[in-house]
Each structure stands twice: as C-alpha cells, then as structure tokens.
Ligand binder design. Sequence first.
Ligand code: HEM
Length: 426
Amino acid sequence: SPRRTTDHSGTRSSACPAPALFTWEFASDPYPAYAWLREHAPVHRTALPSGVEAWLVTRYADARQALADQRLSKNPVHHSESAHGKGKIGIPGERSANLMTHLLNIDPPDHTRLRRLVSKAFTPRRVAEFAPRVQELTDRLIDGFVEKGEADLIHEFAFPLPIYAICEMLGVPREDQDDFRDWAGMMIRHGGGPRGGVARAVKRMRTYLAELIHRKRESLGEEGADDLISGLIRASDHGEHLTENEVAAMAFILLFAGFETTVNLIGNGTLALLRHPEQRARLQHALAEGDTGLLATGVEELLRYDGPVELATWRFATQDLSIGGVRIAEGDPVLVVLAAADRDPARFPDPDTLDLARRDNQHLGYGHGIHYCLGAPLARLEGQTALATLLRRLPDLRPAVAPEELRWRGGLIMRGLRTLPVEFTP
Ligand code: HEM
C-alpha cells in the first residue's frame, strides 16, 4: 500500500519507504521503526489498523509540547465519530454511556473541576499509607506459585496485583474482588476477544459500582469508611461535590487507567531486567544492601525504556495548527507516541541503553500537562514493590522461553506482553 510519509507531512523527502507500523513484527520491537520516523518524518500521517488516519508525533520536544497544547482536545466533538469508535478510549457499548465522561475524555473547565475534586481524595498520603497492603498483596501472590519453580508472571502476578490493589483502595469488599478480576480479564483481552464479552463485563462493572456507591453514600455517616469511594463522595471544593455518576466514572477510570498500565510496567520491566543481567545484578546488590535509590531511578528508567503506554490517548485539533512545522487541520486526530519520544537521542544520551541509574530522566511515560497520570504515585509504589520483591524472593529468576516466543498484546495505546513464562529455584 502507498505510504504517505512525504506527501502529507511535507517535511523532508527520503528515498526510504516508511516502515510498516502496527504489524505483528512491529509489536515485538517498534523502536527501530520509531527511530526512522523521528529522523525522517517526525510528524507523520498514517492509516491506523482501524483504517482511521491520524498524525503520529515522535520527537520528544514536539511530543511534550503537544501533550500540553490546549488546542488539542480530548472531546470527540472535534473529530469524526468513526475515529472515536475505533480508538481504544472507546469501549464497546459505552460510547455514550456516562462511565466514559471521565478525566481522560474531557477538557477544561470540566476537567479542572473533576481533577481538583479527585485530587482531594486520591492523595499521595493515601497512597503512602497503602504501602504495607501492597507489600502483603505482592507476597500473597508470590506465595501462590513459589513452590512450583515456574510461573507465568503476567497471569499469576502482574495481572492480579493492580486489580486487587485498586479494589482494596476503592473499598470493594474482599468477597467481590474476584468478580473484578474476571471483568478486568475480559477487558484486557479486548484486542483479540469477543467485543460482546467486553461490553457485558463493562456493564456488570457499572451496575456493581452504582450499587456500591449507593451503599457507601447511605452509610457515610458511620465511622471507619476511609476507602477511596467514600473519599470521593465526601470530597468537596467550594461546596461542590461529585455526583453519583461522576463518582462511578471516576472509580471506573481509576480501575481502567490503573490496571493494564501497571500490568505492563511489571511485565515489561521484569523482561527488561531479565534481558540485562548486569543491570539486574546491580539492582539486586543494591537492594541486598538496603539501598532503595537504584530501585527508584530504575523504575523510572524502565518506564522510559519500555513503558506501558506506547501512545498517549487520542487528541483532536480544535483548529488548524502546526506541530514541528507540519500543518495539522482542524478535526484531525493526533497521537503522541510516548515510546518514540522517550528514546529520542536529542533528549536522552544513549537512548537505547537501559541505565537504571540514569539521572535527568524526565520521560513522558506518565504523560505531561493537565492529563499527567493521576495514579503515578500508586503506579510507582506497585512497580517498585513488585520488582523488588520478585528479585528478593526469586533471586535466580530466568525466562522459560526463547525471546522470539514472547507474544505482545495487540492494541494501539498500550504496550505489554500476553504471557511471561519464567523459572526459578523454589
Ligand atoms: C493518565 C500512564 C498507572 C490513573 C495517564 C496518562 C499516561 C498514564 C501516559 C496520560 C494519557 C494521556 O495524556 O493521553 C500510566 C502508567 C501507569 C499508570 C505508565 C503505570 C505504570 C495509573 C494508576 C492509576 C492511573 C495506577 C490510578 C489508579 C490515571 C488517570 C489518568 C491517567 C485517572 C487521567 C488523568 C487526567 O486525564 O487528568 N496515565 N498510568 N494511572 N492515569 Fe495513569
């Protein structure tokens, strides 16, 4: 099929054709293709697998600017319905339902109001106090497979950890958390699975959340309700509160945004450590000495090096504008490629080298600007706890399959493994 690198972007012409994007081979290592784009077509219009055409922004400086550009809207009014329906921010059956009126899909001033209210309940302090629970959950999951000497780290570890963590934080009772695990499983299989199943899972989750929120509101006066849903119900700003719908949409986006991302941080991060034995040994040594500094910079580096979010969520030009000297027309979808920006040699020396001690590491893995990840403190806590505990409890952890056997999950926005089979001494 004809490639549209030079005709649309009009930047520089090149004899090389643009690399094939979003294929299976591409998914296992997209970085060479992104390096090509950064160099030859840094703002590149391409047809996505869905058929929708969108602009890809791959250089760090352009990406950072685009993420903060208020002329790029999250509002589906600014683009064709088809782009929204086929993008990953749209969930089948939920396009117009109220769960989708959440932070990632709205602009100021609504975004400002909602973000301010949720920030009053979802505080760094609440996350810090949650640390012992995350450690317990992590240990409980490892207890579940440690005797076997082998495990699929995605299915048995990376996948359940964030779901249980968010459920606990929201205040979903223990006995209902496995239902959430099942619904989340349906949603993460989204890429290949039956769409009807996803819609059903989302519907069940919505009904459940509505009832739970209702119950929590009724019992708000009673002592002890210190969970995040009760916090969201209570949160007020100049006398303003969240409506029950807004609380439900907020709980849903916390689950949705905080789930597959964290699965991928643990999965991609563990894989990167397994592939860099010298870096991993350094980290293991530091942890054994009780030094957590390298763990903190290391998790940031893993986010930069092979982060969970490959492309930021959809944005749409509300007017004609230019990015990196390329004209974008009003209504055009713009996708900021975080994975490409975070390997830009103009910003990061030796960008393709994993350096757990890297300083000056202002990566875009959590985004930038007003939509900067609200859950970053929780993600850091979970990522650091998961990786440190794996290395401590399974010191000879190793992959159980050859690199070419690893399969990556399809899907535009996220980057993560389907499975990660490992072996270790029980
Ligand atoms: C937004 C990454 C974990 C909640 C974002 C964005 C990115 C991101 C890139 C911005 C997307 C855009 O601008 O299009 C990540 C990564 C995570 C992670 C890499 C894990 C390693 C979490 C967790 C939570 C969370 C654990 C909550 C429990 C959110 C929310 C937003 C968001 C609510 C929307 C904020 C807004 O629009 O104002 N995240 N995230 N994330 N994230 Fe995360």
